[in-house]
Design a protein around this ligand. Structure first.
Ligand code: NA7
Length: 541
C-alpha cells in the first residue's frame, strides 16, 4: 500500500455517525488535523445502515442530538421520536453547518491498524487500499456495526428477498402485499413488524424471546413549541444528560419500590407509563434492577397493560407470559407503536421458537420443528449484532506486542475507563466496551467521552508527548470495578447483547459500565485531573 501524504495527521477517526462527527468537529476546533474514514456512503453510522421499514430512535428528540447551541438553535424536529429519515436529514444539516465533508472519506472501510513503536503512530489500512499514519486513532465505530446472522441450516438457499435489518438496501424494499417472515423481536424486529403487519399479505413472526416493549407515545412537534423550549429549558434538558443515571433528561427514582404503599406504587407506575418512552424503564425505582421482588411488580404491571391490548389467549401467552422470560429491563426493552395490535390481525402468525424451533431455511421459506414450512416472499433477519466489542474486534488491530485486540478481548474484556486499552497506545473508543453504552444513548455518551478524549489529546500536545496508554494495573482495577458493579444487579439474568450472550460462542461477561453516568464521568474526570492517573505518558523527540 502506498502511504498517504498525511504523514503528520494528528488523528484518524473511524466512523461518521454521531461519535465521529462530534470528534471531527471538536478536534478541528481544537487545532488538530483530523480525518474520518467511514465505511458507508454517507453520514449517520447506525442511521445510515439501518434503513429498514420503521427504523426510529428510542430517545426523546430534545436529548438525542448534539448539545451545542450552534446546532440546535436553527434545527426543528417534526416528531417526539424522530424516524430514521429525519435523522439522515439532521446529519446533512450538521454537515453543512460544520463543513464536515471535506475531511471525510466515505466508502472507506478500515480493516487493520498496527501501532508503530518507532514513531508512536498508528499505521491504518483500508479495504480500498489506503494506508495512513495518524498519531491517534479514535474508533467511533458504535456499538452495533457488526450484524449478527443466525446460523440456520441452508440460510442461503432461500429464493425470496432476504436482508438483515442492518444491511437493508438503501433504495428500500416494498413489502406490501408480500408474505413476509421476520426472525427476531428486538428493537429492529418490533419496528419492522409493526410497520409491515398492516401492509403485508401475511406476516409470520419468529420469536425466541418476547420483547418487553413499552409504548412510545409518539406525537408530532411544532416549531412554536420548540422555539419556546429553546428559550427556556433546552440547555437544562441537555445538561441533565450528565446528571442522571442513564444519561436521559429524567433520572431513576432513588428509593425502593417498597418504601411506598401498593396504591402509591400503582399510581407511580401509571404515571411513568403514560409519560411514554423509557420513563417506565430508566425513570423507575432503582431496586428494579437489583431486587427480583421489585422487578416482579414492574413486570406484572407491564404484563397487565399488554394483555389489555391482545385479544387471543395464545398470543397473550406468547407475548406476555405469566412467568417473566427474564427480569424486566435487564435486557433493553424497545419502544413500540401499535406493536401489540398487529397480533390481533388475521394475517399475522406468531411462532414461538422456544416451543417450536426453526430446523432449516428452505428455498421457499422457513421450516419449523412441527414440520410446517412457512412459505415466504421475503425474510427479514432482525437478529441484531455482535454488539459493543464486535465493532472494534472485527478490525485487525495490533498492539505493541503484535497481538490482536480480538484475541486479547477473547480471553476476557478488559479496558481502562471504557476508553482505552493496555498495549494499544494512542487509541480511544467512545460509546464502546466498558463505557456506559448499555442504556445511555449515543449523543450523550459520545459527548461526555468525546470531550475527555479531546482533552487528553490536547494535554499530550501541551506536554509535547507522543504516546499514552494505560498501565496493566489500572486496566485490571477498572475491569474488576466494572465486573463488581455488574454483579450486584440482575443483568446476568437475561441472555442479551449487554453481556454478549446473544452471540453463540461469545464469552458472557458485562460489556458495559453499569454504575451510571455520574459515577462514570467522575471516575474519568478524576484520572484526568490527577495528571491522567493510570496512564503512562512518554514522548519521542
Ligand atoms: P437485538 O436487540 O439483539 O435483537 C435481536 C433479536 O433477534 C432478538 O429477539 C433475538 O432473540 C433474535 N435472534 C437472534 N439470533 C436469533 C436466532 N438465531 N434465531 C432466532 N432469533 C434470533 O437487536 P436489534 O437489532 O433488534 O436491536 C439492537 C439495539 O439497537 C437495540 O437494543 C436498540 O438499542 C437499538 P433473543 O432475544 O436473543 O432470544
Amino acid at each position: 500500500h502506498e502511504i498517504e501524504q498525511e504523514q503528520e495527521l494528528d488523528v484518524l477517526v473511524v466512523g461518521a455517525g454521531f461519535s465521529g462527527v462530534y470528534q471531527l468537529d471538536k478536534l478541528r476546533k481544537a487545532g488538530f488535523s483530523a480525518k474520518v474514514f467511514e465505511a458507508g456512503k454517507n453520514f449517520g453510522g447506525t442511521w445510515y445502515w439501518n434503513c429498514y421499514p420503521g427504523a426510529r430512535v428510542d430517545s426523546d428528540f430534545s436529548i438525542y442530538q448534539f448539545s451545542s447551541e450552534e446546532l440546535w438553535k436553527d434545527w426543528n424536529w417534526t416528531e417526539r421520536f424522530p424516524g430514521r429519515e429525519e435523522l439522515v436529514k439532521y446529519f446533512d444539516y450538521v454537515d453543512k453547518k460544520l463543513d464536515l465533508r471535506r475531511d471525510i472519506s466515505f466508502d472507506t472501510r478500515v480493516t487493520a491498524a498496527d501501532f508503530d513503536t518507532t514513531t508512536d503512530r498508528w499505521v491504518v489500512s483500508t479495504q480500498n487500499g489506503r494506508t495512513i499514519r495518524p498519531r491517534f486513532l479514535v474508533l467511533c465505530t458504535g456499538f452495533a456495526s457488526k450484524p449478527l446472522f443466525p446460523d440456520y441450516k441452508s440460510l442461503d438457499s432461500f429464493q425470496g428477498i432476504m436482508h438483515h435489518t442492518a444491511q437493508w438496501p438503501q433504495e428500500g424494499v416494498d413489502l406490501a402485499g408480500k408474505r413476509v417472515g421476520v426472525i427476531g423481536t428486538g428493537a429492529s424486529g418490533v419496528q419492522v413488524i409493526q410497520e409491515t403487519g398492516p401492509v403485508a399479505a401475511h406476516l409470520t413472526v419468529f420469536q425466541r424471546t418476547p420483547n418487553l416493549a413499552l409504548p412510545m407515545f409518539q406525537h408530532k412537534l411544532n416549531v412554536a413549541t420548540q422555539t419556546k423550549m429553546k428559550a427556556t429549558i433546552y440547555p437544562y434538558l441537555l445538561r441533565r444528560r450528565e446528571q442522571t443515571f442513564a444519561g436521559f433528561h429524567f433520572d431513576v427514582i432513588h428509593k425502593s419500590l417498597f418504601d411506598i404503599s401498593p396504591e402509591e406504587r400503582y399510581i407511580s407506575f401509571d404515571d411513568l407509563w403514560t409519560k411514554g418512552g423509557f420513563h417506565y424503564w430508566l425513570g423507575a425505582y432503582e431496586d428494579t434492577f437489583r431486587d427480583e421482588r421489585a422487578n416482579n411488580e414492574v413486570y406484572a404491571f407491564w404484563r397487565a397493560k399488554v394483555l389489555e391490548r391482545v385479544r387471543d389467549a395464545e398470543m397473550q401467552r406468547k407475548l406476555a407470559p405469566e412467568v417473566p422470560p427474564h427480569p424486566f429491563g435487564v435486557k433493553r426493552p424497545c419502544l413500540e407503536q401499535q406493536y401489540y395490535e398487529v397480533y390481533n390481525q388475521p394475517n399475522v402468525t406468531l411462532v414461538d421458537l422456544q416451543e417450536n424451533p426453526i430446523v432449516e431455511i428452505t428455498p421457499k421459506g422457513v421450516k419449523t420443528q412441527d414440520g410446517v414450512e412457512h412459505e415466504l416472499d421475503a425474510l427479514v433477519l432482525a437478529t441484531g449484532f455482535d454488539a459493543v466489542t464486535g465493532s472494534i474486534a472485527q478490525i485487525d488491530i495490533k498492539g505493541t506486542d503484535g497481538s490482536l485486540m480480538r484475541e486479547k478481548w477473547g480471553k476476557g474484556l478488559s479496558t481502562y475507563l471504557g476508553l482505552t486499552c493496555a498495549g494499544y497506545p494512542n487509541m480511544f473508543f467512545p460509546y464502546g466496551p466498558h463505557g456506559p453504552t448499555a442504556f445511555c444513548n449515543g449523543p450523550t455518551c459520545i459527548e461526555l467521552q468525546g470531550d475527555w478524549i479531546i482533552n487528553c489529546i490536547t494535554h499530550m500536545r501541551a506536554q509535547g508527548k507522543t504516546r499514552i496508554e494505560p498501565t496493566q494495573e489500572a486496566e485490571d482495577e477498572w475491569t474488576a470495578r466494572v465486573n463488581e458493579i455488574y454483579s450486584t444487579h440482575l443483568w446476568s439474568r437475561a441472555k442479551s447483547w449487554y453481556i454478549g450472550a446473544n452471540v453463540p460462542g461469545k464469552r458472557v461477561q458485562t460489556l458495559n459500565f453499569t454504575g451510571g453516568i455520574p459515577l462514570y464521568t467522575r471516575l474519568c474526570r478524576e484520572s484526568a485531573e490527577n495528571g491522567y492517573k493510570g496512564f503512562m505518558i512518554s514522548g519521542k523527540a
